[in-house]
Design a protein around this ligand. Structure first.
Ligand code: ADP
Length: 485
């Protein structure tokens, strides 16, 4: 079924205009649940990217000069429209991404919550007055918008990953050129349309859709007028974007891959740990950068945890995201499915045991059965790579020190989870984990009020919270002299 209709644009959005690629190329968007083509979208390249950057540059001074309260009102209106039309946006999101409708709706509200949050924060960009070492002057510190920002976003949260960048950037007075993933451009376009309705001025927020990611990304990173690149995606692409940005010394925020440990101690509330494990692992069919990737379970509770988790996972309802009661949708594409199959096969060949799942699901070409595997060891590929599929690998451990060492033994450092009733242990382990975010007795930790981001090769920069605004602000120091009488 087509989603492209009057309500959902399929053209790029540049300088407040909906436009086709100059060479009129288009690409198909397919529904991963059915394989059906749902829309044909403008396939832009370097020329359109350049036009968008020029528009964002021209619009930036005027946007930054608006009183913060006025920028705030526009963002707040944008948020209201998104919430009012959440059902419609959720359907578009489910059709292009595959996730269950209930999750898609949750994502729209989550994306809207960043607009609400940063509409409020926009009014709180405070400076400082610092006493100087000389009696005749004072040191003033003000904060100003970085300028034109480029955003490159992934397909796994096509609304929320874009909104948390756009909301913070626009609140700070920056303008933006965004390139959504080619798998899921529609959620970005419909969001831009609501922004237009809310009163975001022409050129302030631009969307360049296209399949030629390296060309568009090349232009965004090479162009001297782009002051900052903000990226959510794989560590491999993040490294490339950083290298490309070096020539023009851009600011950068990188939200990259993860390899989240999910640690369950003997003293944990098992019901809560199992709920947390299912929520953390199987949301979006395991395709989130904060998904539990390695489940470390202490020896004393391993048999019971494994048995109960496998029973819960075996009962998950798999199917088209539009199906009533659906809990797990398809993987996004063939490559995602092939990776999941490869990692499970290798773990099996290496002695791990599948407790439930372990094969493709009959629901369709891109579906994989929700899976639990026990007897996994830290050195296996499945424990080293980001799975991005509905597979929970269980790894046993005995001591706190041992599990901390294993949890930190990765290049990644995004999210970690631990379950214990011992408050001392919660602090010790929480502080020892080399991660940007730690969920304690919780399997889901995303919130517009919290600073989201990683350490090590999971990237840098924070999105959400008051810190999220700082990533789009420059500090300027002005010396105010001549104060002596
Ligand atoms: P994922 O595994 O989530 O697809 P990617 O890092 O490949 O992770 O994709 C995230 C975003 O980065 C998408 O918008 C994709 O189109 C874009 N992308 C992929 N390769 C490049 C590149 N070489 N330059 C710029 N953007 C890229």
């Amino acid at each position: 079924m087509l989603v492209a209709n009057a309500a959902c644009p399929t053209q790029a959005y540049i300088d407040g205009r909906w436009c086709d690629a100059a060479d009129e190329r288009r690409f198909d968007v397919t529904n991963p649940s059915t394989g059906a083509v749902i829309a044909s979208v403008a396939d832009c390249g370097v020329a359109e990217t350049r036009a968008a950057i020029a528009a964002a540059k021209a619009a930036q001074p005027g946007w930054a000069a608006l009183p913060a309260g006025q920028r705030s009102t526009i963002l707040r209106r944008w948020r209201d429209l998104m919430v009012e039309r959440a059902d419609e946006l959720a359907l578009i999101l489910t059709r292009e991404n595959g996730k269950p409708l209930s999750e898609a709706r949750g994502e729209i509200l989550y994306g809207a919550s960043y607009l609400e949050w940063f509409a409020e924060e926009a009014k709180r960009v405070y400076g400082e007055v610092v006493p100087s070492s000389s009696a005749s002057n004072r040191i003033l510190v003000i904060k100003q918008a970085v300028g034109v920002c480029a955003a490159i976003t992934p397909w796994n949260f096509p609304n929320a990953m874009l909104m948390r960048k756009a909301a913070a950037a626009l609140a700070a007075g920056c303008t933006m050129v965004a390139k959504p993933a080619a798998e899921t451009p529609l959620s970005a376009l419909i969001a831009a349309k609501l922004g237009e309705e809310a009163g975001v001025p022409a050129g302030v927020f631009n969307i360049v859709t296209g399949t030629r990611a390296a060309e568009i990304g090349g232009e965004l990173t090479a162009h001297p007028d782009v002051r900052k690149i903000t990226f959510t995606g794989s560590t491999a692409v993040g490294r490339k974007l950083l290298e490309q940005s070096a020539a023009t010394v851009k600011k950068a925020s990188m939200e990259l891959g993860g390899n989240a440990p999910f640690i369950v101690f003997d003293d944990a509330d098992l019901d809560a740990a199992i709920d947390g494990a299912v929520a953390s692992k199987f949301r979006n069919a395991g395709q989130t950068c904060v998904c539990a990737n390695r489940m470390f379970v202490q020896a004393g509770i391993m048999p019971e945890f494994a048995r109960r988790l496998a029973a819960r996972v075996a009962a998950l309802k798999v199917g088209d995201g539009e199906m009533t009661g659906c809990e797990v949708g398809p993987l996004i594409n063939e490559a995602g499915l092939a990776k999941t199959e490869r990692l499970v096969a290798a773990a099996r060949a290496d002695g791990a045991k599948v407790l439930t799942g372990g094969a493709k699901h009959v629901a369709g070409e891109l579906f994989y059965q929700p899976t639990v595997i026990e007897g996994v060891r830290q050195e296996m590929d499945i424990a080293q790579e980001e799975i991005f599929g509905p597979v929970a690998p269980l790894i046993g451990f005995d001591t706190e020190a041992e599990v901390i060492a294993m949890a930190n033994d990765t290049i990644y450092g995004l999210a970690a989870y631990l379950f214990t009733r011992d408050i001392g242990r919660a602090w010790r382990v929480g502080e020892a984990l080399e991660y940007g975010m730690v969920g304690i007795n919780e399997g889901i930790l995303s919130s517009a009020a919290a600073p989201f981001g990683g350490v090590k090769q999971s990237g840098f920069g924070r999105e959400g919270s008051r810190h999220g605004l700082e990533d789009y602000l420059e500090i300027k120091y002005m010396l105010m002299g001549g104060l002596s009488a």
